[in-house]
Design a protein around this ligand. Structure first.
Ligand code: BGC
Length: 481
């Protein structure tokens, strides 16, 4: 355990509180193994039938990109905070270029209704086309578009799927249980835009496709950002619910594998395995979807700052921090952005001046002592470490399920998201946890890499795959293995 006693100016009571928190937030190797066991069982259940905690959604993506693909596609990436409209040109030789425009999604749009929501998206597409001189009114051709929609969707084909539930602060009415491609296509038609939605893609699938376009050994795409989730190539013979489905009868088998969107954020919604603390439960209870996305709420950027904020308030109320004084700012839900934690954890100045700035000038705490700042830094470190180790357990679970691939050689995992990209030492801690679970030798076979712009590029690649699968289906019925 960290020697909290060595921190400058801390009192014995503060040390005791830190030790207690450390006990609650630390994940031992045994606990990691228990989580992997739970994950593997949950994956099997989700692959066997619908409606399980881990949704394990077949994505209809069966082909692996080769990197030689060429073509220009539009992509829409609806993430947690922004909408990005992109034009992606796949140039072959694993090269691509991307032209993109970012629109911040206003709060009132997130909370509007289906028509307002999709009309706003279509308007952004229209602005992009106008700004970049891509007027579609004079052509008869339509532009193919891949739609990355970073929410849980039950897919019914490569370009069809109904929203299972909103999360991450989105509540627009009339979208749940409806086909989001239909809703988008109708909105594009209302604006007379000649754009056809040919692919519906989860952001994790986008990350996997982008990684695979650049590296053929890619087996898994992961997001550690506002939310968290993963997609991976699973063998068809391990997906009983797919084999039994009408969709499988109607769709030719393009290969012996399919990308599965796990929706791992909802792992352990029943709270049987994860070591939830009082703070986690308190955050969960105040969200739009209590007892849902339980794993995501312990790992991802949208919630990490909030759990940390709860811990700081607890220490304040115990008179162990900031002389018992909070601020109006810190009392606000979600005021402690996870990005501030990255700054604090990275602060190596002797007086912790970056931490002081964040606490006093951003969160408006009247005054902080050096001990206060060290305590805050330690709390942030504990929470970040826990998130990275839980992430490692999740990645290790998937790689255990695909041990056949891992034992055969390098497996690349394409990862995107702010936690992975910016949180200090996130990747190192995640890999340490993977090694504790799988052993160093197998861990050395796992290459983790940033799948930057995965959602945009990946959507374009899936739009291309949709064309390919369609052409293959109409040309011959023979499976390609
Ligand atoms: C959504 C997933 C998404 C993930 C990462 C989760 O909240 O349910 O579909 O992949 O966030 O963006």
């Amino acid at each position: 355990m960290t020697n909290f006693r060595a921190l400058p100016e801390v009192t014995p009571a503060q040390v005791a509180a830190l030790e207690d928190l450390h006990r609650h937030f630390t994940l031992s190797t045994d606990k990691l193994h228990a989580i992997v066991k739970g994950f593997l069982a949950g994956m099997d259940r989700g692959l066997a039938k619908d409606g399980e905690e881990l949704a394990m959604i077949p994505t209809f993506v069966q082909i692996r990109p080769t990197g030689q693909e060429k073509g220009t596609y539009m992509a829409l990436d609806l993430g947690g905070t922004n909408l990005r409209v992109c034009e992606v040109t796949l140039k072959g030789s694993s090269q691509f270029s991307i032209l993109q425009q970012k629109f911040t999604i206003p709060q009132h749009i997130k909370q509007s209704n289906a028509r307002t929501f999709f009309d706003w998206i279509a308007e952004c597409v229209s602005v992009f086309l106008t700004d970049h001189g891509r007027d579609t009114s004079s052509t008869t051709e339509t532009i193919p578009l891949g739609f990355t929609f970073s929410f849980a969707v039950a897919q019914t084909s490569i370009n069809r799927g109904t929203l299972i539930m909103w999360n991450k602060g989105f509540t627009a009415e009339g979208v749940v249980n409806r086909d989001v491609v239909h809703l988008l296509q109708d909105a594009l038609l209302r604006k007379h835009l000649r754009v056809t939605v040919t692919a519906l893609v989860n952001d994790t699938v986008g990350a996997l496709m982008t990684s695979a376009f650049q590296n053929p050994s890619s087996v898994m795409g992961v997001i550690f950002g506002t939310g968290t989730n993963a997609a991976y190539y699973e063998r068809l013979d391990r997906i009983p619910k797919w084999l039994k489905s009408d969709a499988a009868q109607q769709n030719p088998h393009h290969s012996d594998e399919m990308v599965i969107n796990m929706e791992w954020g909802s792992f352990d919604n029943s709270k049987q395995v994860l070591p939830l603390t009082w703070f986690d439960n308190s955050v969960d209870r105040e969200t739009q979807n209590p007892c849902m996305q339980v794993f995501e709420k312990m790992v991802s950027g949208l919630y990490l700052g909030e759990v940390t904020r709860k811990v700081l308030l607890y220490l304040i109320d115990c008179q162990l921090l900031f002389q018992g004084q909070s601020s109006t700012e810190l009392n606000q839900t979600h005021s402690l952005d996870t990005a501030y934690m990255s700054t604090i954890v990275a602060d190596e100045t002797p007086e912790l001046l970056d931490t002081q700035y964040t606490l006093e000038s951003v969160l408006l705490i009247p005054a902080t002592t050096l001990a206060d700042r060290h305590i805050v830094k330690q709390v942030c470190m504990m929470l970040g470490l826990r998130s990275a180790r839980l992430s490692g357990a999740a990645v290790a679970s998937v790689m255990s399920a695909r041990k056949d691939l891992l034992e055969a050689g390098i497996c690349t995992v394409g990862i995107d998201g702010s936690m992975y990209e910016f949180y200090p030492r996130f990747e190192e801690y995640m890999r340490e946890a993977i090694a504790e679970i799988l052993g160093q030798q197998l861990t050395d076979n796992i290459v983790t890499t940033l799948a930057k712009d995965g959602s945009g590029v990946g959507a374009a690649i899936v739009a291309m795959i949709a064309d390919k699968q369609k052409a293959l289906a109409s040309n011959n019925d023979n499976p390609i293995v």
